[in-house]
Write a protein that binds this ligand. Structure first.
Ligand SMILES: Cc1cc2nc3c(=O)[nH]c(=O)nc-3n(C[C@H](O)[C@H](O)[C@H](O)COP(=O)(O)OP(=O)(O)OC[C@H]3O[C@@H](n4cnc5c(N)ncnc54)[C@H](O)[C@@H]3O)c2cc1C
Length: 455
């Protein structure tokens, strides 16, 4: 420990190091429940690429594991510390280095908060689409680490579609440049894409070139109430089948609606079994919403209410963004799942989840990026009751099994981390797993980067 601190201090200012044992444990984990976390030896908050390189050279020389962290809003334990590790928090590297309206790119450091970037490019008439509900807190580095999605991804796609190039500090401290800042480019393997979603296991992202789009018109939202989740899912299929391109298509079940009202007094309709939110940012959103409203009615919607204006639309979005925190208040603990299925199987997924809730005698609230088929079943339980906790874990596993059975994936956007690593092998299969392990060891032969995650 002394040798580690001495070597780190040789290349870092004193304020970049936290060694106080009362403080370092506060960097031990992200926002996932029930994921193991160790105690870091030291927390480092670098401000430059050279400082990150110094940390990685030191870690390699002394064989100390390194856990990169952004804002620690992750929901899979992917940013959790391991015992004796260096926690490398990138939050102080938070400069927007360039915004180019001609090239339609932004060049940023990893600690830039998603919403800060969105606002900065918005002032220039540009748009950075990936918008996780945690956008006011989470960082671009963390978004790249988890390949995060969000509310507008049904139209604009996820983080992977917007990362053009990266600067990465490798495990041994070398600097790697991947990708491009051009509109096109196919030179060599796509290492950029490999880093997106790699959960800090291949290198430390210190700079990112991100694609931007022209800012679309402000979106208008419609809320539709359904007598069942199946009817709401039927509406989702109709909307997509008819060729509509909503900028948002989200679902909240009754449990979620009630939880949001209880937490934030949002006045959402509590008698509904499922609430669908649909938005358009097209030149004539009212016309698009009217067409979608008819499709909702054809699927059995009992009430279809388009928002009057942008302010009312924003309130509905706020309600949706507060769904996960609201569900966390239902019982003393939650396990948040993230199963994504082909959207044509969304109804089966949600009905199957309800059957699992009944089988285990648990409350499982579901909110979903419905247009992407990405469900977040949230298992609510009393963590002081060992028997209920056991049932919660079992139901969580059955939900993933159901997702795979329906042709889906165990994680649409939250990542594998610690939470789902047993399940990754099941999804990838033996050959896939072996090749992925080979890739990991090509980048990180000593296994120092974020150990214990993914595999
Ligand atoms: C209320 C709430 C709502 C959420 N909604 C969404 C949502 O809609 N969509 C969604 O996708 N997620 C959502 N999340 C999950 C979470 O916000 C995202 O996964 C987010 O991308 C994590 O960013 P972060 O900065 O907190 O990263 P962290 O949690 O700190 O880290 C995430 C991963 O990235 C790695 N990492 C971080 N920085 C770097 C770096 N510079 N170089 C290499 N690796 C790095 C870490 O090691 C870790 O593996 C939500 C979370 C909460 C709490």
């Amino acid at each position: 420990m002394d040798a580690l601190l001495e070597r780190l201090r040789a290349g870092l200012p004193a304020e970049a190091l936290i060694t106080d044992p009362d403080v370092t444990p506060s960097y031990a984990h992200d926002m996932a429940s029930f994921c193991d976390a160790g105690t870091p030896a030291v927390v480092v908050l670098p401000r430059s690429v050279e400082e990150v390189q110094h940390v990685m050279r030191t870690a390699t020389a002394l064989r100390v594991p390194v856990v990169p962290q952004g804002a620690r809003t992750g929901l899979s334990g992917a940013a959790n510390a391991s015992d004796g590790c260096i926690v490398l928090s990138l939050v102080k590297m938070d400069r927007i280095l360039e915004i180019s309206p001609v090239d339609r790119i932004a060049v940023v450091e990893p600690g830039v908060v998603n919403a800060t970037l969105s606002r900065a490019v918005g002032e220039l008439g540009l748009y950075y689409p990936p918008d996780p509900s945690s956008w006011e807190m989470c960082t671009i580095g963390g978004n790249i680490g988890t390949a995060s999605g969000g509310l507008c991804c049904v139209k604009y796609g996820v983080t992977a579609e917007y990362v053009l190039g990266l600067e990465v500090v490798l495990a041994d401290g070398r600097l790697l440049n991947t990708g491009r800042r051009t509109a096109k480019g196919v030179a060599g393997y796509d290492l950029t894409r490999l880093f997106v979603g790699s959960e800090g296991s291949l290198g430390i992202v210190v700079k990112a070139v991100l694609a931007l789009r022209p800012r679309p018109p402000r979106q208008l939202v419609l809320a539709a109430e359904f007598p069942s989740a199946a009817a709401a899912c039927d509406a989702v299929c109709r909307i997509m089948e008819r060729g509509h391109t909503p900028s948002l298509l989200e679902l909240m079940d009754r449990t979620t609606v009630r939880a949001v009202n209880a937490m934030a007094s949002m006045g959402l309709p509590e008698s509904t079994e499922a609430l669908l939110l649909c938005a358009f940012d097209t030149p004539d959103p009212a016309a698009d919403l009217a067409a979608v409203g008819e499709l909702c009615k054809a699927s059995g919607a009992t009430e279809v209410v388009p928002a009057d204006d942008v302010a009312e639309s924003e309130l509905l979005l706020q309600a949706r963004r507060s769904a996960l925190p609201a569900l966390e208040t239902v019982k003393s603990a939650t396990m948040i799942d993230d199963v994504c299925v082909p959207r044509s199987r969304l109804g089966a997924m949600i009905e199957g989840t309800a059957a699992i809730a009944e089988k285990f005698g648990l409350t499982i609230g579901v909110c979903a990026h419905a247009g992407d088929g990405n469900t977040h079943p949230v298992v609510c339980f009393d963590h002081t009751d060992p028997e209920e906790s056991r049932r919660a874990r079992a139901s969580f596993d059955e939900i993933m099994a159901l997702g795979l059975e329906l042709g889906g994936t165990i994680t649409g956007e939250h990542g594998v981390g610690v939470l789902k690593k047993e399940w990754l092998a099941r999804e990838l299969g033996e050959v896939g797993l072996e090749l992925q392990r080979g890739i990991k060891s090509a980048f990180d032969p000593l296994g120092l980067l974020n150990p214990g995650k993914l595999f």
